[in-house]
Design a protein. Structure first.
Length: 405
């Protein structure tokens, strides 16, 4: 079976090469697993790129160039319900849009082909549209990025940028990942499609599939002063998201749902509702170490159900090399009973105040000291959780998130 698959893909590659098409393959699986921040593992569905791969959440980011002719080969090996790939937000014809009864379903051990020309540059989504409330929650989603021919620009005649980051927000209710929900009956005759599901009460709030201490050193906003950072964001969850950027990065909202905004909006705060995508351009004029917050808002109650924090590290100046500079960093992070605060050479010798603030805003540790390269802070018996370390120096104030296990 594998030999036949390889020869099929080779044949398709040769055939499409003559007409300038690019082939991408995704494999649908119902046998994935996801490790959560609390150490528990749940069952997932997902999209993979190799036969034996545990499907990641989110799925692989699909990156196209504007006007590319694309053939997306979807091989379903799920053993259960059929799946599709809905190209959320892309301007494609109905036959290739992945809404099951308006295009086609891909059943077990079948291949389905979605063929289209990549539209204008922007941020889009893909996800399964079969019993989508369950299959999206299960993990069958990913990001699509369409770039212009000049990849240093947001779009033709748009904004130039030097670095970029993709952020996808979602949630997980572990009850929905039990076999009693995931292994639902599926009626291909369409005589009835009522599938009982539990009330949605997510316990895990994800950024790029990670949360809490999993985010440290894996998901962050990173760049240099005097440069532009393009942040692409998408919400595939069932809650709204409120993102608050630090004022120091000079956030400007420049596009929405794959279209440039007629008038960019300068704002530190952006709300993204389910299915929406936004682009934000950051223009930090100075080095900065801090955080951005992501609130998950219940659309029924209007209340904030959870808050996650992202590290924002603006280090160095664009176009200026400084081999002696060391970033402000916490080691280890996550920590247990002690943490070392490493500071850049320009801060060494300055008088400072070091404070540790818990998630409710209370200061739980406070020290006054003259800074050295590595500054040890005893954490004592502080409870596990997410804290913010505040460093006030003669040169300025800095903050960084600290996870205590």
């Amino acid at each position: 079976m594998m030999t036949r698959l390889i020869y099929t893909i080779l044949a398709l590659s040769i055939g499409f090469a003559s007409i300038g098409q690019t082939i991408h393959q995704l494999i649908g699986r119902n046998t994935g697993s996801k490790l959560l921040f609390d150490g528990n593992t749940i069952r997932t569905f997902g999209f993979a790129q190799a036969f034996g791969e545990n499907p990641p959440i989110p799925g692989p980011t699909l990156t196209f160039t504007e006007n590319d002719s694309i053939s997306l080969d979807f091989w379903n090996i799920s053993q259960g319900a059929p799946h599709t790939i809905h190209l959320h937000g892309l301007d494609v014809n109905q036959a290739n849009d992945g809404v099951p009864h308006l295009s086609f379903e891909v059943h077990h051990n079948e291949h389905g082909y979605y063929r289209f020309r990549a539209p204008h540059p922007g941020t889009y989504l893909y996800h399964c549209h079969v019993v989508s409330s369950i299959h999206v929650q299960a993990g069958m989603y990913g990001l699509i990025v369409v770039k212009p021919a000049d990849t240093s620009m947001t779009w033709t005649d748009g904004y130039e940028y030097q670095s970029d980051v993709n952020l996808m927000f979602s949630e997980m209710d572990t009850i929905w990942h039990h076999d009693s929900v995931l292994l639902h009956d599926y009626d291909t005759s369409m005589s009835h499609h009522m599938i009982p599901i539990p009330i949605y009460t997510p316990q895990h709030f994800l950024i790029n599939g990670l949360s809490e201490q999993q985010l440290v050193d894996k998901v962050e906003i990173h760049g240099q002063a005097n440069s532009s950072i393009y942040v692409r964001m998408a919400n595939i969850g069932y809650l709204a998201n409120r993102i608050t950027f630090p004022a120091a990065v000079n956030a400007k909202i420049i596009d929405s749902d794959g279209r440039p905004l007629p008038t960019p909006e300068v704002s530190d705060v952006l709300e993204i509702y389910p299915g929406e995508r936004y682009g934000v351009l950051l223009d930090p004029g100075q080095e900065y170490i801090g955080t951005a917050s992501v609130e998950f808002i219940n659309l029924n109650t209007g209340q904030v159900d959870n808050q996650q924090v992202l590290d924002v590290n603006i280090e160095g100046f664009y176009g200026v090399e400084d081999p002696n500079r060391k970033p402000l960093r916490l080691v280890p992070n996550p920590a247990n009973t002690e943490v070392q605060i490493y500071v850049s050479p320009k801060l060494i010798g300055e008088q400072s105040t070091i404070e540790l603030m818990n998630i409710s805003g209370s200061i739980v540790i406070s020290h006054n000291r003259r800074l050295v390269e590595a500054n040890s802070v005893n954490l004592g018996q502080l409870p596990a959780g997410v804290y913010t370390l505040l460093l006030n120096t003669e040169s300025g104030a800095f903050s960084q998130r600290l996870i205590i296990l």
